[in-house]
Design a protein around this ligand. Structure first.
Ligand SMILES: [Zn+2]
Length: 199
């Protein structure tokens, strides 16, 4: 479909293809923005620009930050000897929401996936090793996704850092809280049995 305005066509084609946004939703968003006060739309435009101009990666943990060192790494109240390795920044947000973890993080930016051409060279394991070395990390918790790629990444990291004499653990995977055993898939249930802890 072609629109009566090139600008409208342009914004719709930019919005289409964003995660979970199809052409119809893109059209609805574009027309909604058109009706909003100019200042509000400009604020959104500025926020999008800031996303690319101001956000950098923490030089220690590779999490997103606006400073060379992120607020978590800079927080002296956190235990820098306890390091949780995750795949993506949103994993940090998820663990932070639990308020159960007082260590620091390292964000890999993905997982090993040979089929997609993501090998050890594509993930920055050197920055992980530097982080462990420079910050005298004593325990590394692997919090990879419970997928084939996550498992492969966890095994790779374990082989990489276990020889350094550092304790390596992996988060237990199990039945989601609030759900029934009968609704858990076999793989989850099997892992919960394997990852059982003492009462
Ligand atoms: Zn950091």
């Amino acid at each position: 479909m072609t629109y009566t305005s090139e600008s409208l066509e342009k914004i719709i084609s930019h919005l289409t293809g964003l995660p979970s946004i199809g052409r119809k939703t893109a059209q609805r968003i574009a027309l909604y923005l058109l009706k909003q006060p100019r200042e509000e739309v400009m604020e959104l435009a500025d926020a999008i620009r800031d996303l690319k101009d101001k956000i950098i990666f923490c030089s220690i943990c590779r999490n997103i930050s606006e400073q060379p060192i992120c607020s978590i790494c800079a927080d002296t109240k956190r235990n820098g000897a306890l390091l949780c390795v995750v795949q993506e920044p949103h994993d940090v947000f998820a663990i932070e929401r639990t308020h159960e973890f007082n260590g620091v993080y390292h964000v890999l930016g993905g997982a090993l996936s040979p089929l997609d051409g993501i090998g050890p060279e594509e993930l920055d394991f050197r920055s992980l090793l530097a982080h462990i070395h420079n910050n005298k990390v004593e325990e590394v918790i692997l919090a990879m996704n419970p997928t084939v790629e996550g498992d492969a990444t966890a095994m790779y990291i374990d082989r990489l850092i276990s020889p350094l004499g550092i304790q390596v653990t992996r988060i237990a995977r199990g039945v989601p809280v609030g759900s029934d055993l009968e609704y858990a898939d076999e793989a989850t249930l099997a892992r919960s049995l394997l990852g059982r802890t003492k009462m």
